[in-house]
Design a protein around this ligand. Structure first.
Ligand code: BMA
Length: 324
């Protein structure tokens, strides 16, 4: 999986059929990530300059080829009008949950999300199912819904309220909810800020590798993946959820063998549904997590995607016919 894969890549923006993953491997990712940040305030494009009308069209293209769309949401801070990263207050969530002074205003933001989900239709007019991974990395403290910004109870209320509103009030039924904390060390910690099995379909974790290619960095990443996927996959089994590695990668990929020597051994012991590499920004030249043609890690990435357990779009698509 790759965030924003069809929308832009390291050297391009808005090219029909474009995909850094396809340029390197010959196939599209099976799962494509999208970002809704700024949809909630009625903007025409998201915080990474992807127009929502284009996004809906590209999501349909992914769906039509048998792929799966997963959506993140770095929604603005409703108190200050600044970004999702504005953590100056610890009362934003409290002001949003039922009884809070921004509750009604926040629901109008959710209305815009609901309209977007309702708009996702295939050519027969049927709803396209998508994954929505909201309020992520909440065990960190860099978003207004983070661990230092609200109590566990407030976080869980926010999550439940959002699901209930979209599902019951707005009749959104084409969404699976994905939950992804970060830096967790125990199942207890994982479950402290967890809205409950009725509100979550997919459980995962976000883990990144440090961007310096050293033995320490690689070992640290492998350890963090293993500790957290142990928790996630064992909980998924118990609670009948789908486990994933919701966000990962090494910014700038300084290690040409990152994919087969670091990521692959880290995930190999686990049965997870997808692994999502974060975006290849076209405006920030050092901000990319998947290779593009000519990058030192391109051949290693191709090797990684040729592994029998790693499936790109063709192999998950209903149209796929096995070569043998
Ligand atoms: C972050 C970075 C930002 C981006 C944000 C939302 O991790 O990639 O540049 O705006 O995600 O997609």
């Amino acid at each position: 999986a790759h965030q924003d894969d069809p929308a832009y890549g390291h050297n391009w923006y808005g090219k029909a059929g474009g995909s850094d993953i396809k340029d390197v491997t010959g196939d599209f990712p099976a799962v494509v990530g999208w970002e809704l940040g700024h949809l909630e305030i009625g903007a025409p494009y998201n915080l990474d300059s992807v127009y929502f009308t284009d996004m809906k069209r590209m999501m349909r293209e992914v769906y039509d080829r048998g792929g799966i769309n997963t959506i993140s949401w770095h929604g603005d801070n409703i108190v200050t009008g600044k970004t999702a990263w504005d953590c100056a207050q610890d009362s934003v969530v409290r002001s949003i949950v039922p009884g809070g002074r921004n509750h009604t205003k926040f629901l109008t933001r959710l209305d815009r999300l609901a309209a977007f989900f309702h708009d996702l239709k295939d050519e027969k007019g049927e709803s396209i199912p998508v994954i929505f991974r909201m309020y992520h990395e909440h065990t960190g403290s860099w978003f207004w819904w983070g661990a230092k910004q609200c109590t566990p109870d407030e976080y869980n209320q926010l999550y439940r309220m959002t699901v209930s509103y979209l599902r019951n009030k707005k009749g959104v039924h084409n969404v699976l909810y994905a939950f992804s904390p970060c830096n967790i060390t125990t199942e207890k910690e994982f479950l402290l800020r967890y809205p409950g099995d009725d509100y979550v379909d997919i459980v995962g974790v976000d883990v990144y590798c440090g961007n310096k290619n050293t033995d320490e960095t690689n070992a640290k990443f492998k350890k963090e993946v293993s500790v957290q996927l142990d928790i996630v996959t064992s909980y998924a089994k118990k609670a009948n959820k789908i486990p994933v590695l919701a966000e990962t990668g090494m910014e700038g990929i300084a290690n040409p063998d990152f994919f087969t020597k670091v990521l692959l051994p880290a995930i190999e012991p686990y049965q997870i549904s997808y692994v999502l590499l974060w975006r290849n920004a076209y405006t920030i030249k050092t901000h990319y997590y998947a290779p593009f043609p000519g990058h030192a890690s391109a051949s290693d990435f191709k090797k990684f995607t040729d592994m029998p357990g790693i499936l790109l779009n063709k192999k998950i698509s209903p149209m796929y016919v096995s070569e043998k």
